[in-house]
Design a protein around this ligand. Structure first.
Ligand code: AMP
Length: 124
């Protein structure tokens, strides 16, 4: 069920629970800004989710609310992870869903890193 992707942050969303350690994840990377882990239902050979450690609902919420340092930190971490996963040469896709029309399921801002195989024509 898609979420609105706007409004107040709900600390009971599944990614908040992962960040708190209440439920497990297959961690790929962590630093002061982000946690990255394998998507539980991968849509490609490589499907990693990169989430900020702080609570933001969506891309717009994140870019409006986060500090410049945090925005840079999250984006640089996603770039480093994509590079470390070997995606730079073969190619990759970075997606973020926000709100009802996008089908966003988890109301905690996240980037999908997709690759490791030829991806279907956009939109995936
Ligand atoms: P979105 O539709 O952009 O909100 O994407 C949410 C993503 O989170 C989907 O690709 C789900 O497969 C993934 N997901 C949901 N629950 C978990 C979980 N517990 N661990 C890892 N990925 C999850």
């Amino acid at each position: 069920m898609a979420v609105k992707g706007t409004g107040a942050y709900n600390p009971e969303n599944i990614f908040a629970k992962i960040l708190r350690g209440d439920i497990p994840c297959k961690k790929v990377f962590e630093n002061e800004w982000v946690l990255a882990f394998q998507d539980i239902a991968p849509k490609a050979a490589v499907h990693v989710l990169v989430i900020p450690k702080n609570p933001y609902v969506s891309f717009i919420d994140f870019t409006k609310t986060a500090s410049e340092a945090e925005i840079a930190g999250v984006m640089k971490a996603a770039s480093l992870i994509a590079s470390d996963l070997g995606l730079e040469e073969s190619g990759y896709r970075v997606i973020t869903n926000a709100g009802e029309n996008s089908g966003q399921e988890v109301p905690h801002f996240h980037l999908h890193l997709l690759g490791g195989q030829p991806l279907p024509p956009f939109p995936v």
